[in-house]
Design a protein around this ligand. Structure first.
Ligand code: JD8
Length: 249
């Protein structure tokens, strides 16, 4: 996959996108990441990328010319047209399903804004307007890194089978089960005996129940999409009842 990023802070990507799984994916040629400086596509001596909003109001708006000229140039870097994503708090919510959808694309072009956002005559180039969550950030760079991280995990060959198996479990819409490692006992709390039993059937059952209980407590909204057996439904209802009764501290 080729990912072109357009930003006035292209250097922000160096550190986070050069380590761990994303860094390895780049080293192994499974992901090609190119970061472009929007100021390269300005023509005035102040290299302006923003201007005052028509109609007044706070802050500045990103000018259409540098954005469109940059996208024209970036598109021409490959025969394959890029799937253009603009980040905005007003965008479609990002999700695991969307991460898998984007991972099927040959090429992504991620447009990171700053200031109050983009002139609409640049947003018209978007194939997708995307938001990573209902909170206001100062720009699109961190959202772009979130998307690159989530999408790169879905690229064939990036994760070992083990890891991709984990990702798949989240794909069934439930929250992760609790994890334990050595020491067996720490500060008086022991790792659950079932996890040391070697009985993989019992371990898988325990983990499923833990995922169901955690999801019922923390994200009951996710249960609507989960396919539950009658026994699992019982577990969920029991956990929801527990959540209603205040616990003794
Ligand atoms: C792009 C400029 C800042 C946003 C005035 C603060 C995504 N989930 C998300 N929250 N915020 C963003 C995001 C914020 C951005 C830009 C994405 C470009 N800003 C603006 C509007 C209010 N300032 C985001 N994805």
């Amino acid at each position: 996959m080729i990912v072109d990023v357009l930003s006035i802070f292209p250097d922000m990507f160096e550190g986070p996108m050069s380590v761990s799984i994303v860094g390895l994916a780049r080293e192994r040629g499974l992901l090609e990441l190119r970061c472009h400086d929007l100021r390269e596509y300005t023509h005035d001596r102040h290299r302006s990328t923003d201007d005052a909003p028509y109609g007044g109001g706070p802050g500045m708006v990103m000018k259409p010319e540098p954005l469109n000229e940059a996208l024209d140039a970036i598109e021409l870097l490959e025969d394959e047209p890029g799937y253009v994503v603009f980040f905005t708090p007003a965008g479609r919510p990002f999700s695991q399903d969307l991460a898998m959808e984007l991972a099927d694309k040959e090429r992504l072009v991620l447009v990171c804004g700053r200031y109050e956002g983009f002139d609409e005559r640049a947003v018209m180039r978007a194939d997708l307007e995307l938001s990573i969550g209902d909170y206001v950030l100062t720009g699109g760079e961190l959202p772009a890194m979130v998307v690159i991280d989530a999408v790169s995990r879905q690229l064939p060959g990036v994760l070992g089978d083990e890891e991709s198996a984990v990702d798949e479990s989240f794909a069934d819409g439930l929250l992760e089960y609790p994890q334990y490692t050595r020491p067996q006992e720490y500060r008086g709390v022991a790792a659950p005996a079932v996890l040391l039993s070697g009985d993989h059937g019992k371990i898988a059952q325990w983990r499923r129940e833990q995922s169901l209980r955690k999801t019922a407590r923390v994200r009951p909204d996710l249960l609507a999409r989960a396919s539950l057996t009658p026994t699992e439904l019982q577990i969920v209802q029991d956990e929801l009842k527990r959540a209603e009764t205040p616990q003794e501290r």
